[in-house]
Design a protein around this ligand. Structure first.
Ligand code: PLP
Length: 508
């Protein structure tokens, strides 16, 4: 690291005395074209990243640490441009934790939490960290079965035993609503030794549950409510949006800054209140499954996204709400086309329902891709684009017209929507996920798999909700549902044999 960089970064190597000086200094800087909104004044990690990468670009650095590319672009090329290690880049290895704590405290404050960590490994890591932060191996937890596979693997890591609760399915769309509060209350009453409630909210399709009600029943039972809000980093930042999970009373939430916010891919936040969760245990759980070499670019982009929300969250969310409302209205004008809407759906989610047009979602998606756009998910009956606060009304409107054009080209006979297996799966759990994960397994042909216990997790992706999980009985319904997804062009993820000709089962 060159002397120039040391001078530059001196101000961001934060001790309590220098922190104030640093903040004042960066606010005095003139606007950097690489930071058009001047976010660095409130984003210490971003400021450090901007300084480091400027020095790297100017060739002022001679790093004698990792990463091994040493900022040289003559080896593997531009693919490493902008890569700055958090430890030893954004600040020295000895001091970077001060910078981290400063940025994470700002995020905790924005979300009204007591504790916050930035993850470079997505909500996947956040879910697993939170599973490791509660209870002891063998204890029960109340969990919605439409959970993302990352949380299921979190249960494997932590040795927790799931007590499943399920969302209501909306018959008109075949899509899940939120989990009802009485379902959680009943599960807690039937399993008084459960140590936590884990819910995914909003659901993958933007439906929301009564989180305040869930918090109340969880707290009445003396356990924390933990929410996978992977898609909802923007909630709570506009009066027309539902409150975020912490504001609704949850004890912890994980959210992907790279999904709803303009952060680097993989950036996520884990936020918690410490009345029912121990901060030291949270830190242990977080560190147990996080890399020791987080990339500063992802960390700084989370910091920047947080600063953006603080500065202009309401304005940007308002623009997005208007854009999505206009798109929903326009789509509903097309005969047969519908969208998820109403008070149970968060207002920035655009879930397009195709069944009434007879068009097949995969064909519609192919046309959208050919037009240079892509969507988060498409299956026969549903297309899910992800507009975010990075989109303006014109962009969402342009996408909407492309989508309508594709639907018109592929119109067919209207049909009733089918609920996907991911939402309707009703597993019979024979072994806990952890017992099954570590049990001896064998490969059997599909014809011999039904009636055996699955050793593997198999999920159509998206949405990444397991149709089969370790420890669950393999039923003809589950195999049939997975086959239907595959036949319809869906991706069967995480199966040892994605052709579904064979399955991994518990031996014996
Ligand atoms: C509900 C839910 N939770 C967690 C995740 C994992 O998020 P990430 O990709 O940030 O690891 C996803 C991913 O799509 C998800 O849909």
């Amino acid at each position: 690291m060159g002397a120039g960089l040391h001078a530059e970064l001196g101000a961001s190597r934060l001790t309590s005395q220098t922190r104030v000086r640093h903040t004042r200094r960066v606010t005095e800087l003139r606007l950097d074209p690489r930071d058009p909104r001047g976010l660095r004044a409130d984003a210490p990690m971003l400021a450090a990243w901007l300084d480091f990468t400027r020095q790297a670009k100017a060739g002022h650095l001679l790093p004698m640490g990792v990463p091994g590319h040493k900022q040289r672009q003559d080896l593997v090329g531009a693919v490493i441009a902008g890569d700055a290690p958090f430890y030893g880049g954004l600040d020295t290895i000895k001091h970077a934790d001060m910078l981290r704590i400063d940025s994470e405290e700002r995020a905790a404050q924005l979300w009204g939490a007591d504790w916050c960590r930035f993850s470079v490994a997505g909500s996947t890591h956040g879910n697993q960290a939170l599973a490791l932060a509660v209870g002891q191996p063998g204890q029960e937890v109340i969990v919605n079965r439409t959970l993302h596979r990352s949380l299921l693997l979190g249960l494997v890591l932590a040795g927790l035993r799931p007590v499943w609760v399920r969302p209501e399915i909306d018959l008109a769309s075949g899509l899940p609503a939120g989990v009802a509060v009485p379902a959680v209350r009943d599960a807690l009453a039937a399993h008084p030794a459960a140590c936590a409630v884990f819910l995914g909210d909003p659901t993958y399709v933007g439906t929301i549950s009564d989180l305040a009600g869930h918090a109340e029943v969880a707290h009445a039972a003396g356990v924390p409510l933990i929410v996978d809000a992977a898609w909802a980093a923007h909630l709570g930042f506009h009066p027309d949006l539902p409150p975020h999970a912490i504001a609704a009373g949850a004890d912890a939430m994980v959210t992907s800054a790279h999904k709803a916010l303009p952060a680097y891919t993989q950036g996520a936040l884990v936020l918690a209140r410490t009345e029912r969760l121990n901060p030291a245990r949270l830190d242990r759980a977080f560190e147990a499954t996080h890399t020791t070499s987080p990339t500063g670019s992802i960390m700084a982009s989370i910091d920047a996204a947080r600063a953006l929300l603080a500065a202009d969250g309401e304005g940007l969310c308002g623009r997005l709400i208007r854009a999505v409302a206009a798109a929903r209205k326009r789509l509903r004008e097309v005969p047969g086309l519908d969208v998820l809407d109403g008070p149970g759906v968060e207002p920035t989610k655009l879930v397009v329902l195709l069944a009434g047009t007879g068009a097949h979602g995969n064909q519609v998606e192919a046309d959208i891709i050919a037009a240079g756009m892509y969507v988060e998910m498409a299956d026969r009956d549903t297309v899910v684009p992800i507009p975010t606060i990075a989109d303006d009304e014109e962009q969402v409107a342009r996408f909407t017209e492309v989508l309508i054009g594709a639907v018109e080209r592929h119109r067919g006979t209207p049909r009733h929507p089918a609920a996907a297996a991911s939402w309707t799966v009703e597993p019979e759990t024979v072994l806990s996920p952890r017992e099954a994960f570590f049990a001896p397994a064998e490969t059997v042909p599909a014809t011999a798999a039904t009636g055996r216990v699955s050793a593997e997790l198999i999920a159509p992706y998206p949405p990444g909700v397991p149709v089969l999980a370790p420890g669950e009985l393999i039923t003809t319904d589950a195999v049939k549902a997975l086959r239907e997804v595959a036949a319809d062009g869906g991706r069967i993820a995480y199966a040892a044999d994605p052709s579904l000709a064979t399955f991994q089962v518990i031996a014996g």
